[in-house]
Design a protein around this ligand. Structure first.
Ligand code: HEC
Length: 150
């Protein structure tokens, strides 16, 4: 009886170890060399994240912190979070006037970045939710009356 019990215990241990090993294996992902470890926004707004990396990160940086005195931050930006539609207009038409972001003044021009509502909404929904931002989302229908000036 004792022997059977110890065999059963051993079998249980082996199965447990196997399951733990399999679970660990699943969570190991190859390092793809990205600077920013993708979080929820990178998955949820994947299209916007791709546009961001291609068209915005050069100035606003991958971490959304911008460059002091030149390119305003998008992470925790009072200006961005105050008006989603203005942000969509910003990427469609750019801007060239002084703006104040989190108390600091910026006046370098930002050229237009995208030429259609779908891409503009995708990238703005990403920045509204990246880096801990909790800016909600905006839909294409809500921005269709913005004139694309080029
Ligand atoms: C060439 C550099 C450059 C690129 C590329 C660029 N921006 Fe900007 N961005 C700026 C500058 C400079 C301003 C301030 C413009 C002004 O003062 O009129 C700005 C302002 C903004 C603002 C409003 C201010 C704020 O910080 O909330 C948003 C939102 C924004 N950019 C989003 C984007 C997004 C999204 C992209 C990519 C689709 C992008 N920008 C690409 C330079 C850039």
């Amino acid at each position: 009886m004792k022997k059977i019990l110890s065999i059963l215990t051993l079998a249980a241990l082996v199965i447990f170890a196997g399951v733990t090993f399999a679970a660990n294996k699943k969570s190991v992902k190859p390092n793809d060399g990205k600077v920013v470890v993708p979080g929820d926004a990178e998955t949820k707004f994947a299209k916007g994240y791709e546009i961001y990396k291609a068209k915005c990160a050069a100035c606003h940086q991958l971490n959304g912190e911008g460059v002091t005195g030149a390119f305003p931050p998008l992470k925790n930006s009072d200006y961005l979070l105050a008006d989603k539609k203005r942000a969509v207009n910003q990427v469609l038409n750019g801007s060239n006037h002084e703006i104040t972001v989190n108390g600091a003044k910026y006046n370098i021009a930002m050229p237009p970045q995208v030429d259609n509502y779908e891409d503009a909404v995708a990238v703005i929904n990403y920045v509204l939710n990246a880096w801990g931002n909790k800016g909600g989302t905006i839909t294409v229908d809500e921005v269709k009356d913005i004139k694309i000036k080029r």
